[in-house]
Design a protein around this ligand. Structure first.
Ligand SMILES: *Cc1c(COP(=O)(O)O)cnc(C)c1O
Length: 581
């Protein structure tokens, strides 16, 4: 469904669209990372995958959008482990020319006192009804650039703060200049997926030729993703001084007066006409953190046909025709015959278990309750909560009652995350056959897909309120898989106890007790519910289990998808009509 046009067709359909369609009012979607598929390794996690999913849904629905991001020649990284189970990062070898098309356009920017040429590659998404949507990847690794400038497009989250400032200047300023060079003169909305591309406001101001913050604000939409201040990019003016050319420096100094530096979130907040968080709770947390009342929310989703298994897709097509363009129709999932649903699920599970046997040499049992946990190994995600009381875990899950599959990458400079992975891998070896825990190396979109289609339950145990939204659990819901999760991010909205899954820890209301809640207690609740609810339902009440699967599809998959997300952005943030899909 999503595919590339042949090289010779490239751009023609878009060009005719731009020239002939009077309703063409483009939106430019800027994201530091975009995850379209595992063979384009220019993403590290949820932010990039979300961007990719949103662009895919926009293509499916005919929303006039273009994506802009950076090309990372060395990708994120390939994950390996040494004898001590300590993560090693190996460079990704990939050839952009195999996936993308280099366009002839070049624009110039100046950073660190040097002129740099920026090139651009394009990947054209073709939506379900044939609508083309280009994603542009900016690249400085070309002749005649200085060797240091060529390296600026090598690593995603790879260098120091200065490297990152240069990258964000390329994305914001270079990105907008490139769009103009490509012929996009009538963009009405610049959507910042997180603050990284915020410097495009400088270029908008330069184009304008005089200082008018309101004119800039009226063109920008900002989506924040980080519920903690420490997560926001910050550059002090000392550094900005060394990197920016004089005109940009003068503008940013005027735009952010009386400050020691620039927080990209603050820049986004000040110069956008619409601001949103990525779940209801996240908007509340953001409003409190920024001392604002105007942060709206548009809860994230996932792209339906990217994340659904082929078996489930067939099943939905048979029983709920039209769901692919209108996933809201999945409310009808209660009509899917239970045995057909179970068969489709088991097929995905067998595929996952075959992969585990192949990569880990461990034979898991398709009739054993299988829990999955996979995400970036950031410490706040607490991948090890399950392991906090090993003897209790053995008592509850031992004897072949539950098997676990983990996966996840730690950021190269995050030793805390690496220690988490080490702990899981060591526990897996120590527990052996008493509780089977397998770890699949090198988490990426392909592994994510196998896991979120093939496990029975998806576990998520972040420290509240750190999970702005989370999206992997939505991929599971699309496949009728229940979540068993701390009430944070999207799950607060998707959770109905014993219907779409199970909660861990306290509910999400802001009571005194919750404010002082000891997060360690989550482990108790996790063990308690695993023992008293999840395990008995799986083994003793198959009928209820499959009914919960159907409710998960009807209540969660019908809503937590990017088709709904894109429609919300179009209506609330872009104020555009599109082809009306
Ligand atoms: C979906 C996805 C994520 C995001 O998962 P969260 O639950 O939001 O942490 C991260 N990495 C990959 C590879 C994914 O496919």
């Amino acid at each position: 469904m999503i595919q590339r046009l042949h090289r010779s067709d490239l751009g023609n359909s878009l060009r005719s669209l731009m020239e002939n369609d009077p309703a063409f009012r483009p939106v430019a979607y800027f994201s530091m990372e975009v995850g379209l598929k595992e063979s384009i390794p220019t993403y590290s996690g949820g932010l990039g995958v979300l961007a990719g999913d949103i662009l895919k849904s926009a293509a499916d629905l005919g929303v006039p959008m273009a994506g802009v991001t950076l090309l990372y020649k060395k990708g994120y990284f390939v994950q390996e482990f040494n004898q001590d189970d300590w993560q090693q990062q190996k460079p990704v070898v990939w050839d952009p020319a195999k996936e993308l098309t280099l366009l002839p356009n070049r624009v110039n920017i100046t950073i660190q006192g040097r002129d740099i040429q920026v090139a651009v590659w394009v990947y054209e998404l073709i939506g379900a009804t044939g609508y083309p949507l280009p994603v542009y990847f900016l690249d400085t690794d070309i002749e005649p650039n200085h060797p240091d400038d060529r390296k600026l497009c090598w690593y995603l989250y790879g260098g120091d703060n200065r490297y990152r400032l240069c990258q964000e200047f390329i994305l914001g300023v270079g990105g907008l200049r490139m769009l103009r060079d490509l012929g996009y003169m009538n963009i009405e909305t610049f959507h910042l997926n997180e603050g990284h591309a915020g410097f495009l406001t400088l270029e908008l101001m330069r184009e304008l030729g005089y200082y008018d913050p309101d004119k800039i604000r009226s063109q920008v939409v900002f989506t924040t993703h980080t519920p903690v201040p420490a997560g926001h990019d910050y550059f002090d003016f000392g550094l900005i001084n060394q990197v920016f050319p004089p005109d940009a420096l003068a503008t940013i100094t005027r735009m952010m007066p009386n400050m020691p530096g620039v927080s990209m979130t603050e820049l986004g907040l000040r110069y956008s006409r619409y601001i949103n968080g990525v779940a209801k709770k996240h908007a509340e947390v953001s409003n409190a953190m920024f001392k604002m009342e105007t942060v709206d929310w548009i809860t994230n989703g996932i792209h339906p046909t990217t994340w659904i298994s082929s078996g489930m897709r067939k099943l939905y097509n048979k029983h709920i025709p039209g769901w692919e363009l209108d996933p809201g129709r999945l409310v009808q999932a209660l009509t899917i015959p239970k045995e057909e649903l179970w068969t489709a699920h088991q097929a995905s599970k067998l595929r996952l278990l075959a992969r585990v046997l192949e990569t880990n040499g461990v034979q898991l049992d398709p009739n054993v309750l299988t829990l999955g946990f996979a995400r970036r190994a950031a410490t706040y995600k607490r991948a090890d909560l399950l392991l906090s009381d090993i003897s209790r875990l053995k008592k509850i899950a031992g004897g072949g009652k539950v098997q676990f599959i983990f996966s996840g990458k730690a950021h190269p400079s995050d030793d805390g995350g690496k220690a988490l992975l080490q702990k899981i891998r060591r526990a897996s070896k120590e527990l052996g056959d008493s509780v089977k825990i397998v770890f699949i190396d090198n988490y990426n979109m392909e592994i994510a897909s196998l896991l979120t289609q093939g496990v029975d339950v998806w576990l998520n145990t972040p420290i509240r309120p750190r999970e702005a939204s989370g999206t992997s659990g939505m991929k599971c819901a699309m496949n009728g898989i229940m979540n068993f999760s701390v009430l944070d991010g999207w799950w607060i909205e998707g959770w109905i106890e014993d219907v779409t899954g199970w909660s861990i820890g306290p509910d999400a209301t802001e009571t005194e007790a919750n404010a002082n809640y000891d997060e360690k207690l989550d482990a108790d609740d996790l063990y308690e519910k695993l023992e008293k609810k999840v395990i008995p339902t799986y083994y003793e009440d198959h009928d209820k289990w499959v009914d919960m699967m159907r409710h998960t599809i009807a209540l969660d998959a019908s809503f937590f998808n990017t088709h709904r997300v894109v429609r919300e952005y179009a209506a609330k943030a872009y104020s555009i009509d599109f082809r009306g899909m």
